[in-house]
Each structure stands twice: as structure tokens, then as C-alpha cells.
Design a protein around this ligand. Structure first.
Ligand code: ADQ
Length: 471
């Protein structure tokens, strides 16, 4: 019998609910739709006491196991340790980092609860695929409960080099917990190298082979790069269909022939939106002929509203868009249209297709699916141009994009101008080169590669208690 896949992530959304924006959900769902299996995680409800058994729903061959989380643990686990310690640190932003012991303890407690509720559902033939930084200790906790099936971990965000990771007082435990997996996967080479730097630092006796195999005394595990892709064919279809929908037509009509520059990002400081707004302002200043002829549409749904730094960035963006619009707008032209709302995926792909320039300028990003979606959504006969941050994981594969340093607002402004004036033949050449890369590593290839590598690690690893001590 083929092994059953169990995906585990912090949050699980049933497909009938409006899809929350987020790259992780896109990736997990497309893996499970291909193979069937179970998606286990928090369903969005909080309980006063220890959570009851997960609620089970079956939809289109996928079993959704929805867990409740304890109200008193959720805030310190999710907003606290996950999003105020790990997220900024892993994105190389230590000035936004904070550490509180009670938050880290809540993170550990939630991971123990995930393990306790998941363990009884596991069958001997299963493979478990854990997603992202909220659940790093999960394999250790499952092993302690006697779970012996292969467990893999994929980090959707960057992994920082050891000298940055050491800012976290409990970094050694975190690295040790990662070594309890059978396979640890990263978005980019640089993340894998950083992970190796951390293992070498924490476990003196570790031997790291060139193929990513890591030997720790009497056990070994695999590490590797698995850059996430997008559903290229699906997006091509969605984008072409969306062009004829009312919502996209209305948006295009409202441009009255002006060129469109687009950005689509969760509202997050790592996405470089403040810097992007100021680059656009500089672009209008440096290239005044564009005033009145270009509209910049920024779609940025709110995320992690309860975290202080997210409230701050929201204020900064409102100020920055207000300033640019106040300075340059005319009675019939608004330079920046800034929206904090979600759209159905198809409409979003239609908006991307309608834009002559895609602006993807994160200060740091594990991969960035929007960059790939923008390319897949283009009309190959008349494609737009991607302006892409060198600090996004996607930059390695998308070398034919106009790559910029997102902190360099002059360079970003010049790139927008270059994109708007690029010849059709150059646009086509760049687009077709990148589309070929996207097709060869689409979301299905990503999921299959990870799952088949995980299945190959089927021998039983030794208990976590026998791992070498961390220094
Ligand atoms: P995110 O940080 O969430 O993902 P990203 O990779 O860009 O960032 O994915 C966002 C997804 O949400 C895209 O599929 C996009 O289309 C969708 N989305 C954005 N705004 C939306 C809106 N207003 N309405 C509807 N959908 C919207 C994390 C990491 C990334 C990594 C992914 C996947 O931070 O680096 O690429 O996981 O591994």
C-alpha cells in the first residue's frame, strides 16, 4: 500500500472558506491534492482548557484534521515566539526581534499538544511533512511519543547564518530539534549553507557530506534545497479567464489607457513596502514624463494585526501613500492605489496579467510566490516585466528579471523606468526564459521531489535523547 502523506502546518483552512493569502497554504494544498492524505493543524478556534480531539472533515480526497488551541497559549506561541522572535530573526532583522521566556515556553507547549493530538492518528505506513517555523520542535516531541515513521520539515522562510541565529538565546535547542527530522528542506542554497553553519557550530561531531547527508554519531539525516514553485498551467488558465471578468475589466477600464505597475504582498515589513513606496515616489520625481501616465496598484491584505510592528508598518504605508498622492495626484489621476483586502486567486492573477510591471521588492524572502505568479500570469505575446529583489529566494531562478537591491530606491526607480520602456522582443526573451524555468520546477515537481526524498529515508532514526549534546 502506498504511504499516506500527513502534512502538518500551524494553520489549516477548509477550502470552502475564503482562502487566506499565504504561500504556505498554496504549497500544502497542491501537494495534498496530488496524493490525497491528511492536513493537520490549527483550525482557527480557541479553547479555555486543553483542546479536545481534532475535528475531521473530508473534501476532495483530502482529510482535514482541525485542532483547537488553548487561548492562553495562542498569543505567546503565535504572535509572540513565532512572529516576534523567529520571523524577524530568520529574515535577518534583529532590530525587530524580541525574546521572552514565557513565549518560548508557550511555543514548546503548543508543539507538545500538536504531537499529542497527531500521534494517535499516525499509521505505520505514513510519512509526515511538517511545514514552517511554528513547528520546529514537532519531530522531537513525536519521537518522544514513540512515532517512528519518516518525518520531514520544510522551512518556507529563510534560515539565518549562525552569527545571526545566535541572537536567539535558545538557538542550540532549535538546531537540535531540526536534527531530529529525517529530511530538512530549504528554499535556497544560502539557507542550506546557513543551516550547515548552525549544525557545525552546535554539534561538534557532525559530519556534513557534500550531498547534504548529515551524520551525527550513530544516526544520519538528509538536508537539501527544494525551491517552491507555482502551478504554472493553472495560473495561465486563471489569468486568461480572469481577463474577461467584470472585476478585472472594471479595474483595467479605470486606468483609461495608463500603464499599470502592480505589487501584491501580505502587509509585512519583510516585503519592503515602505521602501517600495519611496522608490515609486523617487521614480515620479526622476522621470516626470510618467506623471499622469502610470498607476501603481498595491494590494496588501493585513496580516498578524495583533503584532506591534505590523501596526507600525501599516501607519507608515498610509503616510507614504498619502504623501505621494498628495504631492503628485491630479484631479483625474491617483499615482498610488493602495488596498488592504483579499481577492479571489483568479482575480488576482487577472490583475497581474494586466500590469506592465510587477514590483516584487522584499527586504528578505524565503522564495516569493508572487514573483513567479506574475510571470506565469503574463500574456506570452505581450508580457510585462518583473522587477525583483536580489534578496528574495526567487532571484536565483529568475535571473532574467530586472534585479535590484530593495534598499536602493534610486535603482528601483530606474528599474521601473527600464521596464516601462523595454522593447517587445526583449520582454518576450526575458519572459520565455523564465517561464521555461518555472515550468521545469512547478509546484508539483517541488512536492514530488520532497515527498520522494522523504520516503527514501525510511529507516528508523535513533531517539532524540541519543543525539549528541549541543554546545
Ligand atoms: P508569504 O510570505 O505569504 O509566503 P508569498 O510567497 O508571496 O509570501 O505568497 C503569498 C501568496 O498569497 C501568493 O500565492 C499570493 O498570490 C497570495 N496573496 C497575496 N495577497 C493576496 C490577496 N490580497 N488576496 C489573495 N491572495 C493573496 C511564505 C514565505 C515565502 C514563500 C512562501 C511559500 O514568506 O517566501 O515563497 O511562503 O513557500
Amino acid at each position: 500500500m502506498a504511504a499516506r502523506l500527513i502534512c502538518v502546518s500551524n494553520r489549516v483552512s477548509l477550502p470552502r472558506k475564503a482562502a487566506a493569502p499565504g504561500g504556505l497554504a498554496v504549497g500544502v494544498l497542491s501537494a495534498l491534492k496530488r496524493t490525497g492524505g491528511v492536513w493537520f493543524g490549527w483550525g482557527g478556534d480557541l479553547s479555555e482548557d486543553d483542546p479536545s480531539e481534532p475535528e475531521i472533515h473530508i473534501r476532495d480526497g483530502v482529510t482535514y484534521a482541525l485542532l483547537e488551541l488553548r487561548r492562553d497559549l495562542f498569543e505567546p506561541y503565535y504572535n509572540g515566539f513565532s512572529n516576534e522572535s523567529l520571523w524577524p530573526l530568520f529574515h535577518y532583522m534583529p532590530t525587530k526581534f524580541r525574546f521572552r521566556h514565557e513565549e518560548r515556553e508557550a511555543y514548546e507547549a503548543v508543539n507538545r499538544q500538536f504531537a499529542q493530538k497527531l500521534a494517535p492518528l499516525i499509521k505505520p505506513n505514513d510519512v509526515i511533512w511538517v511545514h514552517d517555523y511554528h513547528l520546529i520542535p514537532l519531530a522531537s516531541r513525536l519521537r518522544e511519543l514513540g512515532v517512528r515513521v519518516p518525518i520531514g520539515f520544510f522551512l518556507h522562510i529563510p534560515f539565518p547564518y549562525i552569527e545571526t541565529l545566535r541572537v536567539l538565546p535558545t538557538y542550540a535547542e532549535l538546531v537540535r530539534d531540526l536534527t531530529a527530522y529525517d529530511l530538512v528542506g530549504f528554499q535556497a542554497d544560502s539557507d542550506l549553507r546557513s543551516f550547515h553553519s548552525a549544525v557545525a557550530h552546535c554539534v561538534e561531531t557532525a559530519r556534513i557530506e557534500p550531498d547534504g547527508l548529515i551524520r551525527l554519531g550513530d544516526r544520519s539525516f538528509r538536508s537539501g534545497v527544494f525551491s517552491i514553485g507555482v502551478d504554472v498551467e493553472g495560473i495561465e488558465g486563471e489569468a486568461a479567464r480572469a481577463a474577461d471578468t467584470q472585476i478585472v475589466r472594471k479595474m483595467v477600464d479605470s486606468l483609461v489607457g495608463r500603464k499599470l505597475v502592480i505589487g501584491v504582498d501580505r502587509l509585512d515589513y519583510s516585503k519592503g513596502l515602505v521602501e517600495r513606496f519611496s522608490a515609486y515616489e523617487q521614480f515620479l520625481e526622476t522621470f516626470p514624463d510618467n506623471r499622469g501616465h502610470v498607476t501603481y496598484l498595491q494590494i496588501a491584505p493585513l496580516s498578524r494585526k495583533d503584532v506591534q510592528s505590523y501596526a507600525e508598518i501599516r501607519r507608515s504605508l498610509e503616510q507614504a501613500s498619502g504623501r505621494t498622492n498628495g504631492r503628485f495626484a491630479d484631479a483625474d489621476w491617483t499615482p498610488i492605489r493602495y488596498l488592504n483586502r483579499n481577492f479571489p486567486h483568479e482575480s488576482l492573477m487577472g490583475f497581474l496579467r494586466a500590469a506592465q510591471v510587477g514590483l516584487v521588492t522584499p527586504l528578505r524572502d524565503g522564495m516569493n510566490l508572487v514573483a513567479k505568479e506574475y510571470l506565469a500570469a503574463q500574456d506570452p505575446a505581450d508580457p510585462g516585466v518583473l522587477v525583483l529583489s536580489q534578496l528574495a529566494g526567487a532571484a536565483r531562478e529568475l535571473s532574467a528579471a530586472l534585479q535590484i537591491n530593495p534598499y536602493d530606491s534610486r535603482a528601483v526607480g530606474h528599474a521601473i523606468q527600464t521596464a516601462l520602456t523595454m522593447s517587445l522582443s526583449e520582454r518576450r526573451d526575458r519572459h520565455s526564459a523564465m517561464l521555461e524555468i518555472l515550468r521545469s520546477n512547478d509546484i508539483g515537481v517541488w512536492a514530488n521531489r520532497f515527498i520522494s526524498t522523504l520516503r527514501q529515508t525510511r529507516e528508523s532514526p535513533s531517539p532524540v535523547s541519543r543525539l549528541p549534546a549541543v554546545g
